[in-house]
Design a protein around this ligand. Structure first.
Ligand code: MRU
Length: 324
């Protein structure tokens, strides 16, 4: 694997020739780097729903490009926005990005939103890296990297900046059952960036913390309520509980586009339930009897009380959270 950083347009872009939205198909990583071309809003909706592109800020960016595509094709913009918003219910960035695009649904505006999202990541990473002491061994969950934000990354962006500043020793990467965004995507990004890391089974986090091998946990977020309660990939809440028990700081890195001021607390955040087949099978191998019912919530909510700090592009927020 070559040592290179993903550019924003490698992850998702709009091409006038077509027109089309082109994205790196994250379902095929790390084995293959294959692009997917979407020539209609319906195709972008499928790409978002099936996780060809995923991660809260990145699906917001993809939705912005999709609205530009709808406009170019003369599709009904209200209908397009409704379909896109419904593609994944938990990440508020989808609705946020579409709201931003309404008055100017042009490719140039979508590109500007994309660039701003990446800049926000760089700014939050600089704030986050300040929290890392030299020699930090950080644990992360899911993928909150460049792939998830359209460039640079939120939690992984913080790790990148900390590594460049010489304060990060290594990263523990939770594999993130059931779809393995940690082992497939975060490990791929860290390997590509040359950052020392090791993939662990999600269930290994507790004993690693007990052994004093974890100095902080840093994750991204899909939606943050006004009081700081945070929805993120299923398993994040368990890590926050473990971190509190072991007195390990638990950090969330997310842009303001992930904060939903309309929701007073986390119990109001809609939690996406996904296809039971995702839990029932891994890599084509059956892991549960076909007759057994499966419950597959894609996200959980971590109470603000368990979060040491929320790092945004505007700085570091600590409890009690007021994002103003
Ligand atoms: O289901 P996914 O892969 O879209 O879930 C993504 C996450 O939970 C990320 O941690 C979150 O979107 C933050 S991305 C910067």
């Amino acid at each position: 694997m070559g040592r290179r950083h993903l550019e924003a347009e490698d992850i998702v872009r709009y091409e006038e020739d077509g027109p089309k939205v082109v994205l790196l198909d994250q379902r095929r990583l790390p084995d293959e780097e294959v692009e997917l071309e979407c020539r209609s809003v319906a195709e972008v909706v499928v790409a978002i729903r099936e996780l060809a592109i995923r991660g809260a800020p990145a699906i917001g960016v993809a939705a912005a490009y999709a609205l530009a595509l709808a406009d170019a094709r003369g599709e009904d913009l209200d209908e397009a926005a409704t379909l896109l918003t419904a593609a994944r219910p938990t990440a508020v960035n989808l609705a946020w990005a579409l709201g931003q695009m309404r008055d100017d649904p042009t490719p140039a505006h979508a590109r500007a939103l994309h660039e701003e999202e990446v800049e926000r990541c760089r700014a939050m990473a600089a704030h986050a890296a300040e929290l890392f002491a030299p020699g930090t061994r950080a644990l992360t969950h899911c993928n909150a990297g460049a792939l998830a934000t359209g460039g640079y990354g939120s939690a992984v962006g913080a790790l990148r900046t900390a590594w460049e500043r010489g304060v990060l020793e290594r990263v523990w990467v939770g594999e993130t059952r059931p779809l393995l965004q940690g082992s497939r995507l975060t490990a791929w990004e860290l390997e590509t960036a040359g950052i020392p890391h090791a993939v662990i089974a999600d269930s290994a986090a507790a004993s690693l913390m007990a052994a004093g091998e974890v100095d902080c946990v840093v994750t991204g977020a899909d939606r943050i309520a006004a009081n700081g309660d945070t929805a993120n990939k299923i398993g994040t809440y368990s890590l926050a509980v473990l971190a509190r028990h072991h007195r390990v700081p638990f950090y969330v890195a997310a842009p303001f586009s992930t904060i939903d001021p309309a929701l007073p607390s986390g119990e109001h955040i809609p939690i996406e339930e996904r296809d039971p087949a995702e839990v029932r099978g891994v890599g084509g191998q059956q892991t549960a009897p076909a007759e057994s019912p499966v419950f597959n919530p894609a996200f959980d909510v971590t109470s603000a009380a368990l979060i040491t700090a929320i790092i945004t592009e505007r700085g570091v927020f600590r409890p009690p959270y007021h994002f103003g």
